[in-house]
Design a binder for this molecule. Sequence first.
Ligand code: ADP
Ligand code: MG
Length: 255
Amino acid sequence: MEKLLELTSVSYSYHSLKGETLALSNINFTVHKGEFVAIVGPSGCGKTTLLSLLSGLLEPEHGSILLYGQKLFEKGNGTIGYMLQHDHLFEWRTIEENVLLGPEIQKRLTPRKREAVSDMLKTYGLYKFKDAKPSQLSGGMRQRAALIRTLALEPELLLLDEPFSALDYQTRLTVGDDIGSIIKKEKKTAVLVTHDLSEAVSLGERIIVLTKRPGTIQKIIPTVFPANLSPLERRNTPEFKDYFNQLWKEMSENE
Ligand code: ADP
Ligand code: MG
């Protein structure tokens, strides 16, 4: 499979008046095109920092991050989409206006783009809400709209930073399933960071376990499930329990 992203000996420190905080140290991994990678680690271990590096917002202090073989920080982040804990939909825009925001800002809102985005709204059941305001939608539908807004920019790589953690437990399961299935259907490459082990097992094709700060790679666990199971269906398999226990053990050794 084609290498999309390659991290070699990446470290990052924050500098402030109080001194230096080493957030990440010696991170090495590769992400292949079409892969869904989940990254887990305790709170404060550097997960958000890692995504900021992958998005090109921060530059590694040491080491390199290559996107298709080119230095990411120099190449820019035009092909990277970001999805956060809060959907950041604007209440004063309709759902359709919200999902078209990216292309509009980039002055790339062509009729073809409008049509492609309408098609996505139809495919993912939001078309009948296209003229609604975000507050009229459920939390799950809002996250779906936020994903479509991100996909409207046709990103090569999707970065997801605990995107379901603001939702209640029940909703989190169905929305995780929903978003995971859409990303798979659209054949996107995704890196999800989460502190929720079951979320990582249900969505990840590979799970990277980070140690507590400074975050280093403790273990990389590839997951193998029967083909074509949705994230929710994965939760009902014996494999799910095994991977969950393995992750739990890794995280406990991490304490
Ligand atoms: P996580 O997302 O895993 O909870 P973060 O990447 O947000 O962790 O943070 C990693 C570490 O870096 C934490 O100890 C945090 O306090 C520190 N940190 C994060 N952002 C800054 C900043 N802007 N300045 C100084 N320290 C920071
Ligand atoms: Mg974080």
